[in-house]
Design a protein around this ligand. Structure first.
Ligand SMILES: Cc1ncc(COP(=O)(O)O)c(C=O)c1O
Length: 288
């Protein structure tokens, strides 16, 4: 079946889906993006990602190219045309096409690209049952990691180091020695007294939609949560470690920099929260 992608008003065969070499997303990373999980053919946490998209557009002063309602129609249409049941949708909005000049061009229409693909949830579930290894890397990113821009070079380089070492993800550690987040995830630890800890929101991390939902679900269940800062050493001595993202939900971590977390198995709280999260995400997608 031919893969279909959306580019600036047209649904195209994926191999013909292209933007101009003068697109500012290509020239300057002058673009934002969002990623949704698709569950049962429907977008999960639709609103949370749309709200963050608007925030990212505002931060870069890029005009929204269409109404949110129209955007929703197109996102769903890309899912439908690709017959995605379990998968993900990727949306990118750049400032548009203009002769190369750093400052904003005048009267340029933003470019919109939407792609979708299936995800093997059974494989992800198996991975979650055994847990993943992560490695630490210095956080050399810029001062506005709260904006979901496609400018991801430090993340790309760090992820490659992880891949070279057979690790699933990177945990970034800031200049003061505190854990910020993953290269494409938020990072959590469960301390020895059972408190779930994650970094406070700031300009230095992305406000994960999964993070917000998970903290809400956990607090509704009287699970103790503390937003703050913790060091890499604290992370390594945690009872449990896990990471979250829209595409993988919650993934237990069993090893950080070769150091085994607790007994080297996904912890009970991680497993419980993953199950709760997936149930909530399915509900948000309208699956009962
Ligand atoms: C740097 C970073 N942090 C956190 C996340 C998790 O965000 P979300 O839960 O909204 O997918 C992502 C997801 O892409 C990310 O790139």
């Amino acid at each position: 079946m031919a893969r279909i992608s959306y580019v600036n008003g047209r649904y195209l065969a994926h191999k013909h889906a292209q933007v101009s070499v003068e697109d500012r997303g290509y020239q300057f990373s002058d673009a934002v993006y969002e990623v949704w999980s698709v569950m049962g053919g429907r977008l999960a946490d639709l609103d949370g990602h749309l709200i963050r998209l608007q925030r990212s557009l505002n931060a870069l002063r890029i005009d929204r190219p269409m109404s949110m309602a129209a955007l929703m129609v197109v996102l769903n249409e890309v899912v439908r045309r690709n017959h995605i049941q379990e998968g993900m949708v990727y949306l990118q909005i750049s400032r548009g096409v203009a002769p190369r000049d750093h400052a904003f061009p005048v009267n340029t229409k933003p470019s919109v690209v939407i792609t979708a693909r299936s995800v093997d949830r059974a494989a992800a579930d198996l991975k979650a049952q055994s847990g993943v290894k992560i490695i630490s890397q210095p956080d050399i990113r810029w001062g506005r990691c709260d904006i979901k821009t496609v400018s991801l070079l430090p993340n790309v380089l760090a992820k490659q180091i992880a891949r070279d070492q057979g690790a699933h993800e990177v945990v970034f550690v800031d200049r003061d020695g505190f854990v910020s987040e993953g290269a494409s995830t938020n990072v959590y630890m469960v301390d020895q007294s059972g408190v779930v800890k994650t970094r406070t929101l700031s300009a230095n991390i992305l406000a994960g939609v999964t993070r917000a939902n998970l903290l809400q679900l956990a607090s509704e269940r009287q699970i103790r949560i503390e937003e703050g800062a913790f060091t890499l050493a604290e992370l390594k001595s945690a009872r449990e470690v896990f990471i979250t993202a829209a595409t993988s939900f919650l993934m237990p971590v069993i090893c950080v920099d070769g150091h085994i977390i607790h007994d080297g198995k996904p912890g009970p709280l991680s497993a419980q929260l993953r199950a709760i999260y997936i149930e909530q995400a399915r509900l948000s997608a309208g699956i009962v």
